[in-house]
Design a protein around this ligand. Structure first.
Ligand code: SAM
Length: 286
């Protein structure tokens, strides 16, 4: 038997994002059979383990102790222990801890096996009615408005469907930023409380969803995924992209007309088009 044969396995186990029936039989079996469970929050996972009658001991693994725990877990795995990694909900590593652990263990030749299951981003995409052949997971946006708008501006030419996680108390301001950057007519979906009692999906253009957010208090309650259609595929030349980037930088210091004039001059681009864009963007980069 080689050292690799005697080494334990790390199972990356997805847990439900609300509805406990979404825990797969394989996940249940794995959690009950491993030697230890590394959990983002042991108290939170303790409730799930109690519900499924699982007595496996757990240790914490969160963003503040991941490095230290990794060394410890490597030792346990090398001595033959099998470990399951779980987060509070959904798939570990997806806007959750675990990436550093998995990367490090792979570098040390440890076998890592996924036990797939719920993931809020994928659940939202599956009901959004927006193209799913290509999509981009953006996770959580920056919490400060300026940085959020800058980041969204960098996605203004993204033609793939975009998936964002957002905290409920920020949904109104984020929807407003999405509208400023992507425009009134872009289709989007807000999926809240997926798999739970008050699950609701709101479909519409960004203008419609913004209006609804102002009148429907439920929209900013619970856990939320925002799915936004990508832009219409168009010929985006390198010159256009460069000119838009220069324009965004100049708009931070100058009024729209001056910024458009300079950006057009620097990049040899169309001044009128850049001016139209500058007027639209002025709100987005201030
Ligand atoms: N690892 C998780 C996954 O696989 O989806 C995501 C963890 S991340 C810390 C938590 C965020 O996921 C929430 O703020 C929300 O944006 C989204 N989320 C989690 N559960 C959800 C649910 N039931 N409905 C809608 N969004 C959810």
């Amino acid at each position: 038997m080689t050292a690799a044969d005697s080494c334990g396995i790390l199972y990356v186990v997805a847990t439900p994002i609300g509805n406990l029936d979404d825990l797969s039989d394989r996940a249940r079996k794995t959690l009950c059979e491993v030697d230890v469970i590394a959990a983002e929050d042991t108290r939170h996972t303790g409730k799930l383990l109690q519900t499924i009658g699982c007595n496996t001991p757990s240790i914490s693994l969160h963003q503040h102790n991941e490095q230290q725990r990794t060394a410890e877990m490597l030792q346990r795995l090398h001595s033959g222990a099998n470990i399951a990694l779980v987060s509070d909900a959904g798939t570990p590593l997806i806007s959750d801890p675990g990436f550093n652990l998995v990367r490090e263990l792979l570098q040390h030749g440890v076998r890592v096996i996924p036990i797939p299951g719920a993931c809020a981003a994928i659940a939202a995409l599956s009901v959004a009615g927006l193209p799913t052949d290509r999509f981009v997971f953006e996770g959580f946006l920056p919490t400060k408005s300026g940085k959020r708008r800058d980041h969204l501006s960098s996605l203004s030419h993204e033609s793939r469907t975009m998936v964002f996680y957002e905290a409920p108390h920020r949904i109104e301001e984020t929807l407003n930023d999405l509208l400023q950057v992507f425009g009134d007519h872009r289709n989007a979906v807000i999926c809240r409380e997926l798999t739970k009692l008050y699950e609701t999906s709101y479909y519409g253009t960004l203008a419609e969803l913004n209006a609804l957010a102002g009148t429907d208090a439920d929209m900013s309650r619970g856990e939320i995924v925002i799915v936004v259609a990508g832009c219409e595929v168009q010929e985006v030349t390198t010159t256009t992209l460069a000119a838009e980037h220069v324009l965004d930088v100049l708009l931070k210091e100058l009024p729209a007309s001056k910024a458009a004039k300079l950006a057009a001059h620097i990049c040899n681009a169309d001044r009128a088009q850049l001016y139209d864009l500058a007027v639209k963007r002025k709100g987005a980069v201030d």
